[in-house]
Ligand binder design. Structure first.
Ligand code: SF4
Length: 203
């Protein structure tokens, strides 16, 4: 697998920040398993960037992008300190900052990280992916096993309680029945549910 230094990339008017290629999940559907690139961007990293290296790629005119999004070929919260350093700086400059995550950040850190995130991001998209722990494990193969499913719900609940706009996302291919159950889980956590189409685009 060829690796690159693609620390940021543009998509849909947003600037995406790619902090790591490490992840605590090994999702069966993960685009990085089948593709070397995502919408033409080579996202497998040869090394992880420092906060300074990412901030150097942020335009002077912060309004050039709608949102600055932590999302790449790995789990951004595996680099919590760097994420928070970048996010705080972006928020200071009035940018809208979003985190796309598997929701296992507090499990990774071994503590509740919602207070850290409240200072660094405005929005969090947590991938819920399925409506129960057993199927989640089959689909996402988390390092934490079934505990990951409970852990990500607790994470979302705490982030929402801190005032971060938080939602769960699922892909429409799971079907109407599961989507309904996911909606109930989201409601119980005090977050919303977004259903998105499966992304095939890549090479
Ligand atoms: S959580 Fe995201 S990056 Fe990690 S394996 Fe799943 S789809 Fe890939």
């Amino acid at each position: 697998m060829e690796k690159y230094e693609t620390f940021t990339y543009e998509l849909d008017g947003n600037l995406y920040i790619n902090l790591t290629s490490k992840c605590t999940n090994d999702c069966t559907f993960c685009v990085r398993n089948e593709h070397t690139s995502y919408f033409g961007y080579k996202l497998w990293l040869s090394r992880e960037p420092s906060a300074r290296e990412v901030l150097d790629q942020i335009p002077q005119d912060i309004s050039r992008y709608k949102e600055y999004v932590f999302c790449g070929f790995g789990e951004p919260t595996m680099r919590l300190e760097t994420l928070c350093e970048i996010g705080k700086e972006l928020k200071k400059r009035d940018a809208t900052v979003r985190l796309n995550t598997n929701g296992q950040g507090s499990m990774i850190a071994g503590r509740d990280i919602s207070a850290d995130l409240a200072e660094a991001v405005d929005k969090i998209n947590v991938s819920l992916n399925d409506d129960n722990a057993r199927d989640y494990v089959k689909l996402c193969r988390p390092a934490y096993g079934e505990a990951a499913f409970e852990g990500l719900q607790d994470f979302a609940k705490k982030c929402a309680a801190r005032g971060i706009q938080t939602w769960f996302s699922v892909v429409d291919v799971i079907g109407a029945e599961k989507i309904e159950k996911c909606r109930e889980i989201a409601q119980a956590c005090g977050v919303t549910l977004r259903v998105r189409p499966y992304i095939k685009e890549s090479d």
